[in-house]
Design a protein around this ligand. Structure first.
Ligand code: PLP
Length: 222
């Protein structure tokens, strides 16, 4: 297993899919999801020149990127939070991440806005949408999306860049990707974080600007 080989292969498949579906490959960013991966694999991705990574827990991300010294060593790193965020971790999240993809409730929006002001750091966000209406999953419902977007932007002055979703495992992901795209268009948002190892090509065909790929790059997680 070689991380650099996997990265090359995934980027190649992304390019082919962009070509086939009439997208511009420069408009699609690969987020390498490094959660629950060994440091050796992460350093392999860095050595291969990759700089955009996704993490789903604040504490683990601090270990991977701060305590390792990588954050300081690679000024062009771009770290995305892709897992649910607790309000009491807002300060750490604002300090560490470059993009927060799981904005999904008013209390969190308020806490993030407060921290961004305090730290004088404007961290762009994606609103996570629970497109499958799953009780155990984070994200706003489709019916609450427009009001929540207005709240985040007008009330909290948060920079909302786009929408993110994690489709239900037992349904065709394409339906959820198309739904997310439709709602982003309605709100005038042009960024979409959708697609993982098993379905990133479909996501690109349906408008993804960010795909989040973990195991296909790094191998199975701990
Ligand atoms: C873990 C995770 C991924 C990556 O999943 P893979 O199937 O390993 O590519 C993508 N998005 C989110 C939100 C995740 O938690």
């Amino acid at each position: 297993m070689s991380v650099s080989k996997n990265l090359k292969e995934i980027k190649g498949r992304m390019r082919v899919e962009a070509d086939v579906s009439g997208r511009v490959i420069g408009d699609v960013q690969l987020i390498a999801v490094s959660k629950r991966q060994a440091d050796a694999r992460i350093s392999e991705a860095l050595a291969a020149g990759h700089r955009v990574f996704g993490e789903n827990r604040v504490q683990e991300a601090q270990a991977h990127w701060l305590e390792s010294g990588y954050r300081a060593a690679y000024p062009d790193l771009e770290l995305h939070l892709i897992g649910g965020l607790q309000t009491n971790k807002a300060a750490e999240a604002v300090a560490l991440f470059d993009v927060l993809e799981t904005l999904d409730r008013e209390k969190l929006a308020r806490a993030l806005a407060r921290e961004m002001k305090k730290q004088a750091r404007d961290v762009p966000c994606f609103i996570q949408v629970n497109t499958g209406d799953e009780a155990q999953k984070g994200g706003v419902t489709v019916s609450d999306l427009a009001d929540f977007y207005a709240f985040c932007t007008a009330e909290c002055d948060i920079t909302v860049r786009g929408l993110m979703c994690i489709p239900p495992v037992d349904e065709p992901a394409a339906l959820h990707f198309a739904l997310l795209k439709k709602h982003a268009d309605r709100l005038g948002l042009d960024q979409l974080s959708m697609g993982m190892s098993g379905d990133f090509e479909k996501a690109i065909a349906l408008g993804a600007t960010h795909v989040r790929v973990g195991s296909a790059i790094f191998g199975a997680r701990d």
